[in-house]
Design a protein around this ligand. Sequence first.
Ligand SMILES: NC(=O)c1ccc[n+]([C@@H]2O[C@H](COP(=O)([O-])OP(=O)(O)OC[C@H]3O[C@@H](n4cnc5c(N)ncnc54)[C@H](OP(=O)(O)O)[C@@H]3O)[C@@H](O)[C@H]2O)c1
Length: 314
Amino acid sequence: MWFGAWGIGGWYWGPPRDQESTSAIEAALQSGIRAFDTAPVYGFGHSEELIGQALQGRRHEAFIATKCSLVWDRPGDPFFTTVHGERSVDVRRNLSRSSILQECEESLLRLRTDYIDLYQIHWPLSPLDEAAQALAELKGQGKIRFAGLCNTNVEQIIEWKKLTGSHPDFVQERYSLNQRKIDAGLKPYTLKHSIPILAYSPLAQGLLTGAIRSDRVFGEGDRRGGSTIMDPEYISRIEPALDQARAIASSYNVNLSQLAIAWVLSVPGIGAAITGIRDSLHAKENLSALSIAIKREDSIRLKAIFDPFVNNGK
Ligand SMILES: NC(=O)c1ccc[n+]([C@@H]2O[C@H](COP(=O)([O-])OP(=O)(O)OC[C@H]3O[C@@H](n4cnc5c(N)ncnc54)[C@H](OP(=O)(O)O)[C@@H]3O)[C@@H](O)[C@H]2O)c1
């Protein structure tokens, strides 16, 4: 079970709640969660800073994954424009060697460490030659231990192998009961080549907890409402499926969130689930999903229940 640190950054998920976030990291460590996934763009440095502060003096207890290639303070290919606090920010993609080397130094400073366990290209763009070179250099210098690609495809994984001589150590992709784009193409390839998938958004940004109903009004700065899975009409349609899943969850004495995470972990090829954790309760509950052994027939049933609601949109 991994701690997903996007939500604590204070961008996209509403304003930062630093005290709650720090307690969540503390609770995660106490419960036994060791892996933390963050990125510079999560709060434009803030998520990494919070992780760095909380892990000070206990760096050895954690496995830290962060990312590179999305920049906002230097040139790059336009990717998206967003709002952070009061200001508009242009996020760009930059996969040049020099930019990645600079990004890595900045992340090391914010994370208060001299090495990153897993360094991932956040949104790869071909050609990947300079990025592959930068990550090889960083590995050689001991600044990163493993290299990964997020939001990728088979072509880029093959390109990576040609450039580096080996597959990425991990790929990180969106995967949940209702978001399963990687079932076609990417997952069959990674399974065949034993590349572990780190599944992100296993709770579909909170929808699969059952806490988000169709009349939900998202708070100030909480931008989840712009996603197609948070469309009120879609939420109304998926609610009966959530009710059926809730009944299966009760038969295991767990709640819907825990079952949804356990389902992701039951899928062959999924190496770990990265759940977005914003408070101590999330940390404890999500970790206990690891001990749920979903019966094969229930895993198949759950998939079938959500098949009509698969939504691979934004
Ligand atoms: N590589 C990439 O491009 C990429 C993209 C997206 C995410 N990620 C990674 O994956 C992580 C997880 O994804 P995510 O944050 O999008 O979504 P998620 O894990 O699907 O959902 C997180 C949300 O679910 C709710 N939640 C979590 N545990 C809960 C519990 N036990 N009980 C009730 N509600 C619970 C919370 O919602 P409330 O806040 O409303 O309570 C939380 O903010 C991110 O933090 C990030 O590290 C990576």
